[in-house]
Write a protein that binds this ligand. Structure first.
Ligand SMILES: Cc1cc2nc3c(=O)[nH]c(=O)nc-3n(C[C@H](O)[C@H](O)[C@H](O)COP(=O)(O)OP(=O)(O)OC[C@H]3O[C@@H](n4cnc5c(N)ncnc54)[C@H](O)[C@@H]3O)c2cc1C
Length: 209
């Protein structure tokens, strides 16, 4: 289930404990919360709470975040603001130097993970295999979106332990992990036969050369 639709935000008090170990707090910036007399009003759909009961930015999309704050993005640098003509026809955006929402965090994380697979040895030593397994295990516990982390751990436990005996195997495992999230979010699957072109060699048509 996308974090933007979780019906159990209160569970975050328990599940977000991992997030407190990441160095990235659940709510890096305290949002302007509703006034006290509004406290009983439900939060906008998609806003996920962190371990302290406050909205968790890294678990929430920009759209839901901005619906909660009910204000236009503020910036001291007008050049970074979304042009009005663009903003009118696009999803809400915040300036580039704001803490990440769930999507930006996800894109950056997949870039790191797939690129790690791309640079993984074709014939890894036992130590390298052990280290990459440790990394995935810790990553799945420390990922700063608690809902995403919990589901990723469950996916790994349910017969999807990392396959790390060589580069292509690890890259395909990562592709399958990403596809499991794509499926959960209702997105189309990526063809894992193409993972090396996407993340290592560039496409055969030469557009990345
Ligand atoms: C471990 C993990 C768990 C996550 N769980 C959730 C969650 O529970 N809920 C939630 O809302 N978000 C979750 N996310 C974020 C989510 O996966 C996306 O990153 C985010 O929604 C932004 O999506 P996107 O469409 O921009 O592209 P992304 O899904 O971020 O993909 C980036 C690029 O990777 C390529 N790509 C796509 N699929 C594959 C694949 N299978 N193999 C190789 N390359 C591929 C494509 O070129 C794509 O443009 C998670 C992220 C991670 C790292």
């Amino acid at each position: 289930m996308p974090v933007t639709e979780t019906p159990y935000p209160i569970l975050s008090h328990f599940l977000c404990s991992v997030q407190s170990n990441t160095g990235m707090p659940a709510n890096p910036v305290d949002p302007p919360l509703p006034p006290a007399d509004d406290d009983k009003k439900p939060l906008p759909k998609g806003v996920v709470l962190g371990p302290d009961g406050k909205p968790c930015r890294t678990c929430t999309s920009v759209k839901s975040w901005m619906a909660m704050t009910k204000q236009q993005p503020k910036t001291s640098d007008a050049s970074k603001a979304v042009p009005a003509a663009t903003a009118a026809f696009s999803v809400p955006q915040l300036p580039e130097d704001c803490p990440p929402d769930v999507e930006q965090l996800g894109r950056s994380s997949w870039t790191l993970l797939h690129t790690m697979a791309a640079s993984y040895p074709e014939q890894p030593t036992p130590t390298q295999q052990s280290e990459v397994k440790q990394f995935i295990s810790l990553f799945s516990k420390l990922y700063p979106c608690w809902v995403c982390a919990g589901d990723f751990q469950e996916w790994i436990k349910s017969g999807n332990a990392p396959r790390v005996s060589n580069r292509d195997e690890f890259g395909r495992w990562m592709c399958e992990a990403h596809n499991a999230v794509n499926e959960k979010l209702g997105k189309s699957s990526f063809d894992c036969n193409l993972w090396q072109q996407r993340w290592r060699t560039g496409w055969k048509d030469g557009r990345c050369d």
